[in-house]
Ligand binder design. Structure first.
Ligand code: SF4
Ligand code: SF4
Length: 182
């Protein structure tokens, strides 16, 4: 189904793992920026970025909170980097039932990185601004996308029309349009 062409801004934070020194400034500022009221507290457990620290293996990996998932994965991933093996789920972005990471500590509600959307818009997300090691770099690009009309939207639209004009009238109109277009 052909839809309308639109331009959207794709926001990316590039993570250079080699530059991260594990200082956790990104966690502190993210949790403070999202506190209510803003900056009233900081608690890395509320941060939407967590730094996986494995000092004995010489690795610090910043991981951004991604989508919430109501069910655990059917399987698990294990990573081997430079010959060192890392825990299952260590670098996963999901907020999921099998672990506490990326969940609001009090309510258990999932946390997701929102790129610090604010009014007025920030020049760069807070974690990028606070990363003095330059491990995080913000990038924006424009992409042309075709917005597809989903069947669910059509159904919702049809339901509203049927409610307003009655089924017979909507069917007659659709039949008339179909005849005209053929
Ligand atoms: S602020 Fe930068 S260097 Fe510090 S932990 Fe976060 S990503 Fe790593
Ligand atoms: S972009 Fe903003 S919301 Fe996302 S992790 Fe960084 S500070 Fe937190």
């Amino acid at each position: 189904m052909e839809g309308e062409k639109k331009t959207k801004i794709v926001k990316t934070i590039k993570v250079d793992v080699d530059k991260c020194n594990g200082c956790k400034a990104c966690e502190v500022i993210c949790s403070a920026f999202h506190a209510a009221p803003k900056y009233s507290s900081n608690n890395p457990a509320r941060s939407r970025i967590r730094v996986i620290r494995e000092p004995l293996k010489d690795v610090y990996v910043p991981v951004y909170a991604g989508e919430y998932t109501p069910a655990e994965c059917m399987g698990r991933d294990k990573y081997v980097i430079d010959g060192k093996e890392y825990e299952e789920c260590a670098f996963c972005r999901a907020s999921c039932p099998s672990r506490d990471v990326f969940k609001e500590p009090d309510s258990g509600l999932p946390l997701k990185c929102d790129m610090c959307e604010d009014d007025p818009t920030l020049k760069e997300p807070m974690c990028v601004q606070w990363c003095l090691a330059d491990a995080l770099t913000y990038e924006e690009r424009e992409e042309e996308v075709v917005e597809e009309v989903k069947p669910a939207d059509i159904e919702a639209g049809l339901e509203a029309l049927v409610n307003k004009y009655g089924l017979q009238k909507v069917m007659d109109t659709v039949a008339r349009i179909a005849k005209r277009d053929n």
